[in-house]
Design a protein around this ligand. Structure first.
Ligand code: ARG
Length: 574
């Protein structure tokens, strides 16, 4: 048994095909006037030179909809309006309730998928771009894992390259004076800035920095030791951010740029052997097919600079080679901001030309837009700099704490603290994930922590409310088995929403778009709220009470599962 919608689609589609032949599309969708509507007859009218209404009537006569639908009618010029039978909803909701996976099927084609996400840079603070990558990447990891893929997380941190020359030299200078230890995020920024200033102003320092890069690349022991200290102090900071964000990324998932250092010469040699390298002013470049600037000149990926050094593109080529080669990935997702689109597409094209990426494998740029302030400018702090992640999370948690204190005064102070964190972090994640990924979005603290509207707290609150019903009634929700029986219009609407969950999850996993899942959870929460306004649960007759509790349980489990896929906590008390 597939999902309700799949079943309905299948039955209607057969009827459309029977009436109008192959290629006839039922065009089924959710509807405001009924539960579903199928508009396919309208497009067929022109094609077959017939009155659409007649076609629709023939489809209805041919369709096997009897147990599934309670009411089917042809309306207007030829819309087919369909209302699902209460018994069907009840039976399917009961089946979902007794299924661990809520009727969400495992994928028929499990893949090994590598997700490259977060990827902050050592000795630099994380910014909102890293936040988006971390939040989106983590949700995709959870989702793809849950539908049965073999998912590997990779945090491709920026821990290599020319800036490390100046950073290490600066570390040497600083340690001579104050023996620097662990560094806070703000100190990291100051450290990076001081190093760049010195690099720009002091030629002797700049010379030392350049020599240091060579020492680092040649594996000099002392240099490597200093480098690893810089990496370690940043890792402490990244780990702190990941812990606060409650994401799955751990230190085991770090496969930074430095990891590919030893592989670079072999990567270049392979590209050379394949005849893909050309010399451009002394630098070795790949010119992937199909990329040119506005004058029509082909664009290069610089594989090795004229001084023999390697850069960002070299590392990305070695990375993709390893991911599809040694690691045997079927698919690699690059959760990286849209400004890097062209760079990544060029890397993918080069990998295809090198034969690392074949037709049965896929590299996907999971791109995303920027974060804007209320005036639609790039989000900045008061002093005009990019807002740091730490400040942003602090502020979100502060507002969440105020909102929770206001809305949930009954909680103990300890509970309030825990819930405020779950609400604040959930709010930040939901506000990001609920937008179409490619679009820029406006960061609005007050709106995201509001208990009304399409927000995490609204959904979390609906979930907590169900647990509060069970507490008040002394009901062990986990022991509720149903059956779900649908009698009231609001029960009907809520069950219909809940039965949409499997399709929404499957579509999200296929499309890598998370905003429809966000919207769906909001729709479920809204339907629950209308249901609860109109349908007493604890005060109902025993049989109705049992059936309504079952519907409540299915709602709570769907919300909790859906939020978990997004990386958002579902507190039981709010
Ligand atoms: N570290 C880079 C940045 O902060 C992102 C790296 C993305 N991943 C990759 N394979 N290029 O912009």
């Amino acid at each position: 048994m597939g999902s309700l919608e799949a079943d309905l689609r299948h039955r209607l589609q057969s009827a459309f095909t029977a009436v109008a032949g192959d290629g006839a599309d039922a065009a089924l969708r959710r509807s405001k006037v009924a539960d579903y509507q199928a508009d396919g007859a309208l497009a067929l009218g022109g094609r077959l030179g017939r009155v659409p209404r007649r076609i629709a009537e023939e489809v209805v006569a041919a369709a096997d909809l009897t147990p599934l639908c309670r009411h089917v009618e042809v309306a207007g010029p030829g819309f087919i309006n369909l209302t699902i039978a209460d018994d069907t909803l009840g039976a399917r909701a009961t089946a979902a309730l007794t299924d661990e996976r809520l009727r969400v099927e495992l994928t028929a084609a499990p893949q090994r998928i590598i997700v490259d996400y977060s990827a902050p840079n050592v000795a630099k603070e994380m910014h909102v771009g890293h936040l988006r990558s971390t939040v989106i990447g983590d949700a995709l990891v959870r989702l793809l894992e849950w539908v049965g893929h073999d998912v590997r997380r990779e945090n491709h941190i920026g821990d290599w390259g020319t800036p490390f020359g100046m950073l290490i030299e600066h570390l040497v200078d600083v340690e001579e004076t104050d023996g620097a230890g662990g560094r806070s995020a703000a100190e990291l920024t100051a450290f990076y800035r001081a190093a760049s200033t010195k690099f720009a102003d002091d030629p002797d320092f700049a010379r030392r920095a350049r020599e240091r890069v060579v020492l680092l690349q040649n594996g000099d022991g002392e240099t490597r030791e200093l480098w690893s200290r810089l990496v370690a102090s940043s890792m402490v900071y990244f780990g702190e951010v990941y812990r606060r964000l409650d994401v799955r990324l751990a230190s085991d998932d770090v496969v930074g740029e430095s990891h590919y250092h030893d592989d670079l010469p072999a990567t270049v040699a392979e590209l050379d052997g394949l005849g893909l390298l050309s010399d451009s002013d002394g630098a070795l470049c790949v010119f992937p097919d199909g990329f040119s600037n506005r004058h029509g000149d082909p664009l290069p990926l610089i594989v090795q600079k004229s001084d023999g050094g390697f850069g960002y593109a070299s590392t990305d080529l070695a990375t993709i080679r390893q991911r599809f080669g040694e690691l045997g990935a079927d698919r690699v997702l690059y959760v990286v901001g849209l400004p890097q689109r062209q760079h990544l597409e060029m890397v993918f094209a080069a990998a295809r030309q090198a034969g690392w990426l074949t037709d049965d494998r896929e590299a996907v740029h999971v791109g995303f837009g920027s974060v804007l302030d209320r005036d639609r400018r790039l989000l900045r702090s008061r002093s005009g700099e990019a807002v740091t992640l730490t400040d942003l999370l602090d502020e979100a948690l502060r507002r969440a704490a105020a909102a929770v204190a206001d809305k949930s005064p009954d909680l103990t102070p300890e509970e309030q603290t825990v819930v405020a964190t779950q609400v604040g972090i959930g709010a930040v994640k939901y506000a990001d994930l609920a937008n179409e990924r490619h679009k820029d979005y406006v960061f609005d603290y007050d709106r995201m922590v509001a208990f009304e509207g399409a927000t995490a707290p609204y959904i979390q609150y609906a979930h907590a409310r169900i647990h509060s019903i069970s507490r008040r009634g002394g009901v062990d929700l986990a022991a509720v088995t149903g059956p779900v029986v649908i009698g009231h219009r609001r029960e009907h609407e809520l069950a219909l929403e809940l039965l949409g969950f499997p399709d929404v999850v499957a579509n999200a996993a296929d499309s890598l778009e998370l905003h429809p899942l966000c919207r769906h959870l909001h729709d479920v929460a809204v339907a629950f709220s209308s249901f609860y306004d109109d349908c007493p649960v604890l005060g109902a007759e025993p049989e109705v009470r049992r059936a309504r509790l079952a519907l409540c349980l299915l709602t709570a489990r769907t919300l909790a599962q859906g939020l978990d896929l997004l990386g958002i906590a579902a507190p039981r008390r709010m």
